[in-house]
Design a protein around this ligand. Structure first.
Ligand SMILES: Nc1ncnc2c1ncn2[C@@H]1O[C@H](COP(=O)(O)OP(=O)(O)O)[C@@H](O)[C@H]1O
Ligand SMILES: [Mg+2]
Length: 611
């Protein structure tokens, strides 16, 4: 129960108005129900002559009587009058009409109670989804390793649905049933506190038994949802790796892996569903058991002639007590459902409550870039091994530096540190004299454009893909950027020109075309600093020429950090840094570096390795 209140406290405040309305109508409905069932007393007492007392009208303000006694007496008096003047049949009809009218009111208000809870449910679920999405956008790249993607999708779809279906659909039950139970119990206490005392001893025993089964449910659902996330990750992998899977004839292997996981998930679901189904028969049985016990106890009181309760009131008492069974059942059912929802909420919170290690400074320093970028004694590791060790380098404004080294030597990592995709552990990175950690992330990143091996495009038009990072781009600016990037011609050759949709991740374009779109995007942003991470390495020679040309346009008058495998790009760099296992081992310009006959010379001679 603590968990549910915690969820409500977090997500409910914007919907207080609806909560109030729900409360109001639920209380109203419970009270109306008590009154509508009260018509049973005069029906039994007067019509069926359970007792043959004659009733006299008692003034409403008469002392010595409770208002309830007066009301009961006066209703009975009125019914007696009615029978005397118009006959029993007519009186019965009148009572039936009263019953129908009261029930109509009761069900109407009960509906309104549920009606106002719907916007809460949909609203909370929408908020959770939005929060996950926004949180994903703020979390650093390092949070999302490849294998987590499917799991995150599973959380947004599966777990949020689970929260909706269980926690939120239980809201109704949670807000209605305790009210109903409370009001019925109060009525019962007024009718006979002795009997109610007895009931209160029996009921908790029943509740305890129900609670036992619910507890293990949460753990099982947590495990099941984790398994579901794993499965989703596999599907994600299958989708993105379909080409390789087919090429290696690995369909069977992948299929087998999925089937195994999917079978385990089924077994878990069986266990959960069976335990859940147990709730209903168990509560029905326990409910009837309790009624039987109360029937026996109350009946004995009447038969014993203690004068504690009369027969008609006892029947009424039993109907009210019977009305408790349903809300009590629903309450226990929702306790089950809530356990499942809480398990999902816990998984969602792994994202929502994840701490962002890339923090914004409390008092951001103004950032300027007139002189240089400096890496001073930079140490960095992803996990346990140092990937960069004591890196020192300077990029003068307007110059181009090249990073050279074998695959895995840390070139991409070194470049990723500048926009703070990751934070370094030791040393500092400076723009002019400002440590990048002291600057606003937005300001820092607005200085930098990024083109890497894999062009990242979105399922949108050419136009919007190029305009991506720029808010107020005009059409002529976009066309101009596309022209410089050698992209204009092939864009115009498509059906709707700039307004052609490029499909999911630009799937309909060739690698070179995709790359030129991403270069056009960088040109439009017009950044001070440019990072090119093997921008042409995935291309064939033909499109490489077009892309290289585009890159040359882009690099003009800019500060550039280039990671490349082509000697021609590297040759023209103002400074070359040679990386080996995370350390800068040599630096200088091409001619002098090559003449040294060291590591760089070896790399150049085996040009193929320069990736
Ligand atoms: N996200 C990551 N998590 C853990 N290790 C990583 C990650 N990215 C790269 N590495 C490791 O860091 C080292 C340097 O990688 P990288 O900077 O990509 O090299 P390069 O770009 O020179 O090929 C490699 O050993 C690589 O395995
Ligand atoms: Mg790399």
């Amino acid at each position: 129960m603590k968990g549910i209140f915690y969820i409500l406290k977090r997500f409910l405040p914007p919907y207080k108005k609806y909560l109030f309305l729900t409360f109001f109508f639920n209380i109203l409905s419970a009270i109306l129900n008590v009154f509508s069932m009260a018509t049973i007393i005069p029906i039994l007492q007067v019509l069926f002559k359970v007792n043959t007392k004659t009733y006299l009208f008692i003034p409403w303000n008469k002392e010595g009587y409770s208002i309830l006694d007066i009301a009961l007496n006066n209703v009975n008096w009125y019914v007696t009058q009615l029978i005397d003047t118009s006959g029993s049949s007519y009186a019965l009809m009148m009572l039936a009409i009263v019953l129908v009218a009261m029930t109509l009111l009761k069900t109407g208000t009960s509906y309104l109670g549920s009606y106002f809870i719907i916007p809460i449910r949909t609203g909370v679920v929408r908020d959770v989804r939005n929060r996950i999405n926004d949180k994903i956008l703020t979390l650093p790249i390092g949070f999302f390793t490849e294998e987590r993607k499917g799991d995150i999708l599973a959380r947004i779809s599966g777990d949020v649905n689970e929260v909706e279906n269980s926690v939120m659909s239980s809201l109704d039950m949670l807000f209605k049933n305790p009210i109903l139970i409370l009001i019925y119990l109060t009525t019962m206490t007024i009718l006979s506190w002795q009997l109610t005392l007895f009931v209160l001893i029996v009921l908790p025993v029943m509740g305890f038994v129900m609670g036992r089964v619910g507890r293990s449910l949460k753990r099982s659902s947590f495990e099941a949802q984790n398994k579901w996330g794993e499965l989703m990750s596999q599907v994600e992998e299958t989708l993105s790796g379909l080409r390789i899977i087919k090429a290696f004839n690995a369909e069977n292997k992948i299929s087998e892996r999925f089937h195994i996981g999917s079978n385990i998930f089924r077994k878990m679901s069986n266990r959960i569903a069976r335990r859940q189904q147990l709730a209903h028969p168990m509560s029905e049985f326990l409910g009837t058991l309790t009624i039987a016990i109360v029937l026996w106890f109350g009946g004995s009181l009447i038969l014993g002639g203690y004068g504690i309760i009369d027969a008609a009131t006892f029947i009424y008492y039993l109907t009210i007590f019977y009305s408790i069974i349903n809300p009590a059942k629903e309450l226990s059912k929702s306790a089950y459902a809530v356990q499942r929802g809480l398990a999902s909420m816990e998984r969602i919170d792994k994202i929502l409550k994840a701490e962002n290690p890339i923090s914004e400074p409390a008092k951001p320093a103004a950032i300027s870039f007139h002189k240089h970028i400096q890496y001073k004694n930079v140490w960095f590791k992803y996990q346990s091994d140092w990937v960069l060790r004591d890196v020192q380098l300077t990029v003068e404004k307007g110059k181009t530096i090249a990073l050279v080294g074998q695959s895995g030597s840390g070139k991409s990592t070194l470049a990723d540190l500048l926009p703070r995709f990751y934070d370094i552990q030791k040393g500092g990175i400076y723009l002019d004299d400002t440590n990048i950690k002291d600057a606003k992330l937005r300001d820092l990143r607005s200085l930098i454009s990024y083109v890497n091996q894999e062009a990242i495009l979105f399922n949108d038009t050419f136009y919007n893909n190029i305009a991506f990072g720029v808010v107020h781009a005009t059409e002529s600016q976009i066309i101009e950027a596309a022209k410089i990037a050698n992209a204009h011609d092939f864009i115009m050759a498509t059906e709707k020109g700039y307004h052609t949709n490029i499909g999911d991740r630009g799937g309909r374009l060739s690698g070179g075309q995709r790359q030129r779109i991403s270069i056009a995007r960088a040109i439009l942003k017009n950044p001070e600093i440019l990072i090119l991470d093997e921008a042409t390495s995935a291309l064939d020679t033909d499109s490489e020429r077009l892309v290289q040309e585009a890159l040359d346009h882009l690099m003009k008058n800019r500060t550039t950090i280039v990671i490349a495998h082509r000697l021609s790009t590297i040759k023209n760099a103002d400074e070359i840094y040679v990386l080996k296992e995370g350390q800068i081992v040599e630096s200088g310009q091409h001619a002098s570096l090559y003449a040294q006959g060291g590591y760089y010379t070896k790399l150049c001679d085996a040009q193929i390795d320069l990736k």
